[in-house]
Design a protein around this ligand. Structure first.
Ligand SMILES: [Zn+2]
Length: 231
């Protein structure tokens, strides 16, 4: 079972047991680029992504985008991320839009998928992605509406779901999972401390879609392999 989004370099995130056969480790900015790379060099099943998370854009300047570009060329990450827009936690919308736009441009140039963080910003995220016809990737921890999911599905983006889906009262999310084709879903534990709870996310998807959990795991694994070019 593949975990499409786990912050393995965070102290409080426990490494998964052997039921997890591979992981994608996104970064949050220049302060942890080296850490995520180090985290993933121990085996062939851990893969890193490099990017600048909207929460940390205040620690970054234009020059850091050049450093990111050099590092991408040198270290060959499987994706750019995580990057995106967060209109709840980050006040400066222009600066975050600028950094996101630049990273979508980088992803297009290097033909890499994007790992996107989007909170209360899905309309703007979608508009920006649409302006780059070759952009592809995943909206991780999807929290937008059903209508917005439809629009993202039209441009072939994938949707990541994690522990919030397991909540029996997360009706809105459950409806979105019911609507989405299983080919567009990947599972994750993000910064949740117990990464072995990934199986519970798979079980919840299976329950919502009324299909066996084995089928969910197999298809979500395939989606992750295809997206990050790991097969
Ligand atoms: Zn994350």
């Amino acid at each position: 079972m593949l975990n499409s989004h786990i912050h393995l370099d965070f102290d409080y995130v426990n490494p998964p047991s052997s039921t997890t056969t591979g992981v994608i480790v996104p970064s949050t900015g220049k302060d942890n680029w080296d850490n995520v790379i180090a985290c993933c060099t121990k085996d062939n099943h851990s893969h890193y992504a490099l990017g600048i998370h909207p929460w940390f854009i205040d620690d970054h300047q234009m020059i850091d985008l050049y450093s990111l570009e050099v590092l991408i060329e040198e270290k060959k990450p499987v994706a750019i991320g995580e990057c995106g827009l967060d209109y709840v936690k980050v006040k400066d919308r222009n600066k975050q839009r600028f950094f996101f736009d630049e990273q979508v441009a980088l992803a297009t140039r290097f033909n890499l998928p994007l790992i996107i963080h989007s909170v209360q910003a899905t309309e703007d995220v979608t508009d920006l992605l649409k302006s780059y016809s070759k952009s592809r990737g995943v909206i991780h921890a999807y929290s937008g509406s059903l209508q917005q999911a439809e629009n993202l599905l039209k441009i072939n983006f994938l949707f990541g779901f994690g522990n919030t889906l397991v909540n029996p009262h997360a009706y809105k999310l459950h409806d979105i999972v019911k609507f989405l084709p299983i080919e567009s879903i990947v599972i994750e534990t993000d910064d949740h401390n117990n990464s072995d709870e990934l199986i519970q996310v798979a079980e919840r998807v299976a329950r919502i879609k009324k299909i066996p959990v084995e089928q969910v795991i197999e298809q979500c694994d395939q989606n992750t392999l295809d997206l990050f070019n790991l097969s």
